[in-house]
Design a protein around this ligand. Structure first.
Ligand code: HEC
Length: 112
């Protein structure tokens, strides 16, 4: 009887955890809108290599890494020097200072 109760509360906890996660899922529309507004698409495509790497290859590099989201946020908010096909330049800085929007965009990149 006790065990059944334990199993039931574990199941409820698991469900609750799952639904919280679903609620915090990536807002793809908002991410894409920000991506386009900032003209990230002039250098990045989902599959194709343009001046910058494809989003799929960026996602593959950082997916499952504990600091993946933070690394991407840093890459798009601090203007690091990046290698381009014809040299080096400062990376574009995202126009949004909203941490939630920045993280959402990073999560969207990771989901490609
Ligand atoms: C002028 C072209 C250009 C624009 C515009 C641009 N990027 Fe980039 N991006 C690059 C290049 C080039 C790199 C570096 C590739 C490398 O180091 O291999 C890069 C790197 C990145 C990385 C890091 C990849 C890594 O491996 O660490 C992310 C994430 C990224 N860009 C996202 C964005 C987002 C989001 C935007 C829009 C705010 C954007 N980029 C706008 C060219 C661009």
């Amino acid at each position: 009887m006790k065990l059944t109760k334990l199993a039931a509360s574990l199941a409820i906890a698991a469900l609750a955890g799952f639904s919280t996660h679903t609620f915090a899922a990536v807002d793809a529309d908002a991410a894409q809108a920000l991506f386009k507004k900032n003209k990230c698409n002039t250098c990045h495509d989902v599959d194709k290599v343009k001046k910058g790497p494809s989003l799929k290859s960026i996602a593959a590099k950082y997916k499952g890494k504990a600091d993946g989201q933070a690394t991407i946020v840093k890459a798009i908010t601090t203007g690091p020097k990046v290698k381009t096909p014809d040299g080096e330049e400062e990376h574009k800085i995202l126009d949004s200072k909203d941490a939630g929007a920045q993280k959402n965009l990073a999560d969207w990149v990771l989901a490609q």
